[in-house]
Design a protein. Structure first.
Length: 126
């Protein structure tokens, strides 16, 4: 296994993939069915955690200049979910899934596209 540091834009790609999974997993569910779904619930929560974990690997200077992405909120949500073994507020969780995640996906895709264009132009993105 290589000791090379993974470039941050690959974590951005991961975030897009995890966000797409949340949308796919919860498609067609209402809140009550989702809460009682077992595997879907667990898989969705795990992918929300992974979005926040990947966000921690985006350099601080990149996060500061791309405020359209709610970096701190993503990381805080990850922390609440990971340490929420005593209970997760399902109303808040459902609101995140229904409202925040689709908007996040659009912002992440736009940011990724702009990053790739910068890389193609030869701008340094690290």
């Amino acid at each position: 296994m290589s000791n090379a540091v993974r470039e941050w834009h690959f974590y951005l790609d991961d975030m897009i993939g995890f966000t797409e999974k949340v949308i796919t997993y919860t498609e067609g569910f209402n809140q009550n069915d989702f809460i009682n779904s077992g595997l879907t619930y667990d898989a969705t929560v795990r992918n929300l955690e992974l979005i926040g974990e990947a966000a921690t690997h985006i350099p601080e200077e990149v996060r500061k200049t791309n405020t359209q992405i709610p970096w701190r909120q993503l990381i805080a949500t990850r922390n609440r979910l990971i340490h929420g073994y005593l209970g997760i507020d399902n109303d808040t969780l459902w609101s995140i899934i229904e409202t925040d995640v689709p908007a996040l996906l659009l912002e992440l895709k736009l940011f990724s596209l702009n990053t790739r264009l910068d890389i193609e132009k030869g701008y340094k993105c690290d």
